[in-house]
Design a protein around this ligand. Structure first.
Ligand code: ATP
Ligand code: MG
Length: 370
């Protein structure tokens, strides 16, 4: 079987690595330069998008910011999974908020802003402090503002107005600031029959708005139940097929949905070492209508992102429970270059392993471990 993935970054790469043993071949479409490429080598494959669509059994995506004309061409073939509405909702915070409301899952109070008048109304409706997020194109905390005091209104508006005017369908979503205790996420999958599986919840630590550390949670059954319930409400609402990620705020044991990602997710990379079936294989299984299982936590596992670095001390390989995954990308400041999965026999030992790892790694490059 052959699958076409829209997007040719590390997520497509890891889908290819996970699918090869199942004899499922992945080809990738780079939406930026419109080339069909091999997801591991980026080598050009001599096919147009239309030819690639004909060539495969299933089409899916590694990210949500896909031009709608490309999505439409792919979905017209009847091969595209998940349904394009899910991809669109993941790429537009207005649609995403409407989806969360329709699925009746708790999320931060919000108001959509197109004009300064909307902005002033948002302050009444949502209250201060508030978080302002661009409707389109946001990732890794980009395109966001925080408004704490009334006297910042004019300055923040001037900056936001520039962004709103920069592209035709752009707007802002004002969101109530949530004083959360921590951030967690849930990765799960749903297939055509409506069968669902979820992985254990993951606790996420961000540094400067970018995910730095994800740890699989153990022994949190009450929280897991809440998350699973919201997952099934959202996945059913979308009639979703594939892996879907949900980011939550944990406020004193009550979960609030922050956002969804209609795809495999950075906070699920630990599943490569922590479970029998990782999120990448799971996504391919779901979109190819194969059985879903193997999400149980096999051993305590955490993931550390490698940001802006293209080499690590060789010593890391003296720790057999550290698994390095490079993405083969060119070095750029802050860029997601790879990740390290760390495993241990208990969560206590995992903390010890992370402490050992921090003595090997450069503390400036991995501040989350310092
Ligand atoms: P990513 O690509 O990393 O998921 P993003 O650009 O899609 O980020 P969000 O996840 O919505 O944006 O926000 C980034 C971070 O900002 C969140 O992980 C959280 O720490 C903080 N944040 C977002 N919304 C709120 C809120 N309403 N209240 C408090 N903090 C928030
Ligand atoms: Mg996020």
């Amino acid at each position: 079987m052959k699958v076409l993935v829209l997007g040719s970054g590390q997520l497509a790469r890891m889908m290819a690595l996970a699918s090869a043993p199942l004899n499922i071949e992945i080809i990738a479409y780079d939406v930026n330069n419109q080339n069909v490429v091999h997801p591991l080598t980026q080598q050009l494959i001599n096919l147009s998008l239309e030819q690639a669509i004909d060539d495969v059994t299933v089409i899916t995506a590694e990210f949500e910011h896909i031009p709608h004309d490309i999505l439409d061409i792919c979905s017209q073939s009847g091969k595209f999974q998940p349904n394009p509405d899910a991809i669109k909702a993941g790429g537009d915070r207005r649609l995403e908020k409407a989806l969360l409301d329709n699925a009746k899952v708790s999320n931060a109070k919000y108001h959509i802003i197109n004009t300064k008048e909307d902005f002033l109304n948002a302050i009444d409706i949502v209250g201060l402090p508030m978080v302002l997020k661009s409707a389109l194109g946001g990732y890794d905390g980009k395109g966001q503002w925080r408004l704490k005091e009334h006297d910042q209104v004019n300055q923040v508006w001037n900056e936001m107005e520039e962004l709103i005017k920069s592209s035709p369908n752009q707007a802002m979503v004002a969101e109530q600031f949530i004083p959360f205790n921590r951030e967690v996420s849930l990765i799960g999958a749903r297939n055509k029959n409506g069968d669902m599986v979820t992985y254990p919840l993951t606790e996420n630590v961000h540094v400067d708005g970018v995910l730095a550390l994800s740890t699989a949670l153990e022994g949190t059954s009450e929280l897991q139940q809440q998350a699973d319930k919201m997952f099934s409400a959202i996945a059913d609402e979308l009639n979703y097929i594939g892996v879907l990620a949900i980011e939550f705020f944990d406020v004193n044991g009550q979960l609030l949905v922050n956002e969804i990602a209609p795809r495999v997710h950075n906070s699920g990379h630990w599943t490569q070492q922590g479970t029998d079936v990782c999120q990448f294989e799971m996504h391919i299984r779901a979109v190819c209508n194969l059985p879903l299982n193997g999400t149980e936590l096999l051993r305590s596992t955490a993931m550390i992102n490698i940001l802006g670095e293209d080499s690590l001390p060789k010593n890391i390989l003296t720790m057999p429970n550290c698994h390095v995954h490079w993405y083969g990308k060119e070095k750029r400041a802050g860029r997601k270059m790879g990740h390290i999965n760390v495993c241990a026999s208990s969560s206590e030992n995992l903390q010890k392993e992370l402490a050992t790892l921090s003595t090997i790694l450069d503390n400036d490059a991995f501040p989350v471990l310092a």
